[in-house]
Structures are given as C-alpha cells and as structure tokens.
Design a protein around this ligand. Structure first.
Ligand code: NOJ
Length: 451
C-alpha cells in the first residue's frame, strides 16, 4: 500500500482563526468581529482580535512550514481585508498582505491552496440580509474575480467555500456560531441555495480571470457513517445513512444536499420531497450554475458514527462503546472515517479527493523540558492516515491537510481547544513545534511509508 508519488502533504489554517490584526490594514468588519462581542457565547468571552498575530508574523510561520517539510499550505483569505464592504472598493493593503504571504510561500517551494470563504461574512453584506439576499452570489462573484485577478498568477489551487454546513447550519440553524441564530428551515434552506449559487459563480469568475489553468474545488464537511461490520448490508446501510436525511441534528448535516447539486446538478429527491414546503424557488439555470464543473473535491473529515442495517431494512444508528476514545473537544476517535469517507465520496462523485482538514484537539502544554509532547496526536494521525492509505488503493486521493498548522481561535471554543502541530503561546506569540510536527515531517519525507 502506498500514496501516489505526487501526494500533496500539507497543513491548513483559516484567516480569522490565526491572523489577528482585525482592526488594521484597512480591513472591514465581518460577522465574527461583530458577534464575538456578545457575552457568554465564546469560551471565556475570547476574541480573534490578535489570535496568532499571523498578519505580522507570517514570515516566521512560513519558515516553520519549511522546517516541517510541508509541501502545501491551505489558508483562507478574509473577504473584508480585500473588500472591506464586501463589494466595490478593493483594499490594496489587504491585497498586499496576501501577496506577501503568497510570495513567501512560493519562495519556499510551498504550494499555496487558497480558500475564498472560511466564514468572514462582511458585515455590510450581512446588514443586507447576507446569505438570504439573492444578490449574494453576485457579490461573491465580484470578490472571486478580484482574488483571481490579483493572486492566480502564483496560486493555481483554489477552494471556494469551507464547510457550508457550518456557516449556514451552525450559525443560523443551531445558533452555536456567530451570529448565534436559530432560524426556521425555510430560511436556512434558502441560504444554502444562495450559498451554492455563490460557489458556482465563484468557480466561473475564478476561471474567467485566471492567469493560468486553475484547479478549483469545494470544501464541505460531514461526520462519516461507518459500517458496524464488513457485511455488505451494513456497508449499504452506512452509505444510505451518509447520503440520506440526517437522523440526528439539523437538516444541514445532509451530505447529499450540499454535494449532489455541485457534482450532479440535482438536489437529492428524498430531500426535495421531505422539505417540500420549505423550499425556495429552484430553477434549471440555478442548478446549471451550481454544477459549474470543478476539478477536485475537498472534504474536511474528523469523525464518524457507527451504523448497521436495521431489521426494518433501514439504516440504524448505533451507540458507541462505553468509554470510547475521544479528543479534548469530546469528538470520538474513529480512524475508519478516513477510509469510508473518501471511499463513499469517490464512489458517488468520482472526483479526485483532497482531505482538506483532519486533526485532533488535545490538552497540550509546555512540559518541564521546554517541549510540547503530544503522543495522542501522533497516534490519532497515524491511525487516520493508515485508514486513508487503505482508501488510496481504492479511490483517487490526491492530498491531505492536517488541521491545523498551529493552535488558533477555535470559534465558540475560543483558545480553549488546541489543534496545532505547532504550539502557540498566545501571550508571547512564541511558537513551539510539538512532537507531532516532527513526526509529520517524517511522514512527509517518506511519503507515508513509515505509517
Ligand atoms: C473545521 C473548520 O473548518 C475549522 O475552522 C475548525 O477549526 C476545525 N473544523 C476544528 O473544529
């Protein structure tokens, strides 16, 4: 078993989670800047105003990436740094920051993978209804055009949006992310339709303004349904559960709803029937736009849930074993998710797959010897990558981005959860590569032969 020779080994971050400098460089305000101020929503009322101060320390961070042997770096651009009001005026200082970051990556032979939207919805657009506004796809298209105009001479690889399940579902259905709202399905389903159209328009504009042939993808997420046994009926049950209407949580955790339209140009029939009374107007032109062809399919994968075929011939969710292994964020450790996830996705969508995020929150600290020992993260990643290696024999898997390059602002969990390969002391901004960072360097060096 092996990974392809040109396998892309990388690490990922996102703008608000690491940049800091939220009130500098001509940047506009976004949803998180504003709603993070609401008391009692984020762990210890923390905010991303400074975070890892990557805006000022990016050169040091790229140097670390080089030392760790990363071949690729997935980062996101903050829409409000480029267009403070979300449309119209372009902020040259913001462009200059990302230009400098990209130049630094290229000079160090690290391939940039740029995500356009990792949740910084400009406040000026939010005030106009945000994702509810039918103009959102056009506003996003304007932004995508600027991104391609300014960066695609050096950046070849793009992801449009990150985890629409979260920026629609967690933010507007479950109310656990800014702006902490619980809206009816009718409204969030409309948002999802507009977000998918925005994705399609971005694909078009990226290509129209590209300075070289681009590789364009999409980066949704999901928990993975895991067959309880290798019996064909359990595998089938897991597949059905994975692409079906979620049995737990809100509608937004439906994989097929977010991905079938992008790849097939159709929403899943089952969903259209089930949510009929909550659907917006959906036209053939919308579906054509949403399915504007992409080159690669990204998926963020962290965990799975066990499923078997029930006696009624329908998928049945099983409870986990008592005392199951879990992370500092209480997420279960389920390495098989990196086998079944890519496999199910590849079987259905037949697109080259990138794991755009995967990683573990641990309770890390600096040990007496001055180092950060994180054996659990090494064990976790070894197991997950082992499963991915197995999947790579059966599906077209092109790359893996560890989440995250460094500890950062974990949304509602503030700085209370550490996902980094590199430890960040948020007081001094000192970076210390954890043991897992050096271990990952060896994985990269051997192209996963050491797994
Ligand atoms: C996925 C999100 O894209 C990222 O922003 C977040 O930090 C990680 N999951 C961990 O929760």
């Amino acid at each position: 078993m092996k990974f392809r020779d040109d396998f892309v080994w990388g690490a990922a971050t996102s703008s608000y989670q690491i940049e800091g400098a939220q009130y500098e460089g001509g940047k506009g305000l976004h949803l998180w800047d504003e709603y993070v101020k609401e008391k009692g929503k984020v762990f210890e009322n923390q905010r991303g105003d400074v975070s890892c101060d990557h805006y000022h320390l990016f050169r040091e961070d790229v140097k670390l990436m080089k030392e760790l042997g990363l071949k690729a770096y997935r980062f996101s651009v903050d829409w409000t740094r480029i267009m403070p009001e979300g449309k119209g005026m372009v902020n040259e200082e913001g462009v200059a920051f990302y230009n400098a970051l990209i130049d630094e990556l290229v000079a160090n032979d690290i391939e940039p993978y740029l995500t356009l939207f990792h949740w910084e919805l400009p406040m000026e657009l939010y005030k106009r209804g945000g994702w509810m506004n039918p103009k959102m796809p056009e506003w996003f298209a304007q932004y995508a055009a600027v991104i391609a105009d300014r960066f695609s001479d050096r950046v070849k690889n793009f992801f449009t949006v990150n985890e629409p399940q979260c920026f629609v579902g967690l933010s507007f259905s479950e109310g656990v992310h800014a702006p902490w709202l619980q809206l009816p399905d009718r409204e969030t389903i409309l948002m999802s339709h507009n977000a998918l159209k925005a994705h399609g328009r971005a694909v078009q504009e990226l290509r129209a303004h590209a300075k070289q042939p681009l590789v364009v993808g999409y980066a949704p997420t999901s928990g993975i349904a895991l067959p309880a046994t290798d019996k064909p009926e359990d595998i089938e049950a897991a597949r059905q559960a994975y692409f079906g209407i979620p049995q737990e949580g809100t509608w937004a955790w439906n994989t097929a709803w977010w991905s079938d339209p992008v790849i097939f140009g159709k929403y899943p029939e089952e969903f259209l029937v089930h949510f009929e009374k909550d659907l917006p107007k959906i036209t053939d032109d919308d579906m054509k736009l949403i399915s504007e062809p992409i080159d690669i399919y990204g998926q963020n994968i962290y965990l799975g849930y066990p499923v078997c075929m029930g006696e009624d011939g329908k998928p049945e969710l099983l409870s986990r074993n008592t005392g199951y292994a879990k992370s500092a964020s209480n997420w279960p450790m389920t390495p098989e998710a990196l086998y079944w996830g890519p496999k199910f996705l590849y079987d259905r969508y037949k697109k080259p797959i990138f794991i755009t995020e995967n990683g573990l929150a641990c309770h890390d600290w600096i040990h007496l010897d001055g180092k950060v020992h994180d054996p659990s993260r090494i064990d976790f990643t070894a197991r997950y990558l082992g499963a991915l290696k197995r999947a790579a024999q059966e599906a077209d898997i092109r790359g893996y981005f560890a989440w995250s390059l460094m500890d950062n602002f974990e949304w509602a969990e503030g700085f209370g959860q550490r996902y980094g390969l590199v430890f960040v002391d948020f007081k001094t901004q000192k970076r210390i590569p954890k043991d897992s960072a050096y271990w990952y360097r060896d994985v990269i060096r051997t192209n996963g032969e050491n797994l």
